[in-house]
Design a protein around this ligand. Structure first.
Ligand SMILES: [Zn+2]
Length: 108
């Protein structure tokens, strides 16, 4: 792959091709809902019941919790995802909001 395409892809990713909870859940065929959380079969161990709980926390990050104790990294590895894929658009927006703003733009 040429460097130009790689750079373009990187730019696209930085521009907000972010994972959303819906997209994340699309990776699983079966799921149960409980409140605003979702239970699916954990891809990181031989799961007979749905023991992986997925939800979006109040900061906008996708959170994972396997009752069998699988660590997030190994679950993501099975899904071909990385930690950065757990950052939703909402989290990104909040993060940008919390960055110190430049104070040369007059009064607020
Ligand atoms: Zn597990």
């Amino acid at each position: 792959m040429s460097l130009v395409i790689l750079t373009m892809l990187k730019t696209l990713q930085n521009m907000g091709c972010k994972m959303e909870l819906r997209q994340f859940l699309n990776k699983f065929s079966d799921m149960e809902t409980s409140g605003d959380k979702f239970k699916v079969k954990c891809p990181a161990h031989d799961d007979k019941t749905a023991s992986l709980v997925i939800w979006e926390d109040d900061r906008g990050y996708i959170a994972l919790n396997c009752f069998d104790g699988c660590i997030t990294d190994s679950i993501l590895g099975k899904l071909n995802l990385e930690k950065k894929d757990l950052v939703t658009e909402k989290a990104l927006t909040q993060y940008k909001k919390n960055l110190p703003s430049r104070k040369n733009k007059g009064n607020y």
